[in-house]
Design a binder for this molecule. Structure first.
Ligand SMILES: [Zn+2]
Length: 71
């Protein structure tokens, strides 16, 4: 859905690295593992946070009705 702010296991802040990670792997010249290295994510618990994340928020917002004032 949305990238978690911190690693579930060790608590390192990883949420601020998502945009940079996306930029790096979008070019197809940098492999996802190398992008993690460049971002300073060495532990595999932190690396999995970026490598396994599925960004679904934009798709969910398309089908979720917005009911203003009813929440
Ligand atoms: Zn971690």
């Amino acid at each position: 859905m949305i990238i978690p702010v911190r690693c579930f296991t060790c608590g390192k802040v990883v949420g601020n690295k998502w945009d940079k990670f996306q930029q790096l792997i979008k070019t197809k010249t940098v492999k996802p593992g190398e992008a993690c290295d460049q971002l300073g994510l060495e532990r595999y618990c932190c690396r999995r946070m970026l490598l396994t994340h599925a960004e679904l928020i934009d798709k969910i917002l398309q089908v979720t009705p917005i009911r203003a004032g009813l929440n």
